[in-house]
Structures are given as C-alpha cells and as structure tokens.
Design a protein around this ligand. Structure first.
Ligand code: FE
Length: 256
C-alpha cells in the first residue's frame, strides 16, 4: 500500500494520499486548496491516478482542495449525506463502502464537531476528521456542532473500534501524526469523563476564537457565493498570499 500523510502548516491540516500500488488508482482525504500542486506532483511522481477525493466535513479553517482537484483530474468528490447540496459529486451514508482499486473504506457518521462530520475506516486505521484528534477533540461551537452528539460519536462509535486501530486525524497542533484508540482512551483528557453532561460542560467552556479563514472557507466549501463587495473586504482583512488570493477568486468565479 502507498500511504502518504502531508501537512499544511497554515491550518495544521493533515491530508492523506492512499493507493494500493504504483501505477494504480489513488484517493485523497481532506486536501487543502493551496497544496493542490503538491498533491498533483506527488501523484505524478508515484505514478498514481486520482479517482476519488473525500472531505470529512465542511472545514472552517481552510479552503478545501476537492473542487480544484475535481476540475484538474475529473476525480469523484465525496462527502457524507449531511453535507450541503451540490458541493460534491457523491454522498455517502453511514456504513457505506468507498472503493478504489485494491482499497476499501467504510464511512461512519460521527456528528458533533459539525453535523456533517464523517470518519472513515480502512483496515487497521481510521480517519477521524475533527471528531477525534490526538489528545483532543474538535470544537463543537459552530456549524451545527453539538457536544452531546460528539460524545455519542466518540463513545458509541470510534472508541468501540479495536484498541490497536490507528488514528489519523484531520489536524494536529503539537506535531503528533498518529495515535491509537487504546492510547486515546487512556490519555486523551477530553475522554476522561463519566457522562455526556460532563463532556458537554468541557466543550461549552472552551471559549475559542473563530478560525481566521472561517468567513471565506465555510461559504466557499459549502458552494455558496459571496457578494463582490464582501469578497474584497474579506480578502483585505485576511492578508493572504497573492497565490491564495488568486485561487480564492478563481473558485468564487466558478461558483457564480
Ligand atoms: Fe473542522
């Protein structure tokens, strides 16, 4: 198997490139728009053909690369069925199989961070999006997040997986790249609770600032348009690179 984990240092996002063999089909999970060229170069160097790309949920902290990857490779874009209409070409339900040559993923609906959050199991590992992070869990205070739903997703679904299951999250802010269900059960401070109420109390008192990119990333990732006036204002406020500004404008133009 070919398994690559790449990192976007601006949003601390992990992206996964998966294939069963060189010369075969590939799948990408949670790509970041600015890194599209890097993914395409890597696919080319590994002699892989991108056929499917998945977002675990509508991201608020970065602009997803799935639409640009679709435009450039004609791959199928995938999200869970709770994602807003029209952002992807294929939607999956809970416990559905996603296949590429020699690889099979199983979707699990794990709401809580957002109401459209999915995790994906592949053999000995699980891609947890922002539902279960390494020694943390994804915030539940926007995009229809709900700490009680997240508690159920964690305790009734993800933590029921074998203790040896490898965890590959969508982000890490401290440099850890992989964990296991067993380690998280023992050492993840958010999981040391005895009731949903106790978990919700922790999550409701985090008082985090909104992600810097949120006002641009959420509408773009949902496929919603923004007025030209608003676009200018948001870009000015963000102080982003020329390259990213060009990519954002390009995506906006394609939405209209
Ligand atoms: Fe997220």
């Amino acid at each position: 198997m070919i398994f690559r984990q790449t990192f976007d240092s601006t949003s601390s996002t992990y992206t996964y490139i998966i294939a069963s063999r060189s010369g075969g089909e590939a799948l990408i999970i949670d790509p970041v728009l600015e890194k599209t060229d890097q993914y395409l170069r890597l696919l080319d160097q590994l002699d892989l053909r991108l056929v499917k790309v998945i977002d675990t949920h509508i991201h608020a902290d970065h602009i997803s690369g799935i639409s640009e990857l679709k435009d450039r490779t004609k791959c199928i874009t995938i999200m869970g069925e709770h994602a807003p209409a029209d952002v992807v070409s294929m939607k999956v339900k809970d416990n559905e199989k996603i296949k590429i040559e020699g690889i099979e993923l199983i979707s699990i609906y794990t709401p809580g961070h957002t109401d459209d959050s999915y995790s994906f199991i592949m053999n000995d590992r699980v891609f947890t999006g922002d539902t279960l992070l390494i020694k943390g869990t994804g915030r539940t205070d926007f995009q229809n997040g709900n700490p009680y739903d997240q508690y159920n997703s964690l305790f009734d679904r993800l933590l029921k997986l074998d203790d040896k299951t490898l965890i590959y999250p969508a982000h890490d802010y401290k440099g850890e790249m992989v964990s296991t269900i067993g380690e998280e059960k023992k050492y993840n401070p958010r999981l040391q609770v005895s009731s949903p109420q106790e978990y919700a109390k922790i999550m409701n008192n985090l008082n985090l600032a909104n992600p810097k990119m949120m006002d641009i990333a959420v509408p773009l990732n949902k496929g919603e348009s923004i007025s030209e006036e608003n676009q200018k204002k948001l870009i000015k406020e963000l102080n982003i690179s020329e390259d990213l500004e060009k990519k954002i404008k390009d995506r906006w133009n394609k939405k209209i």
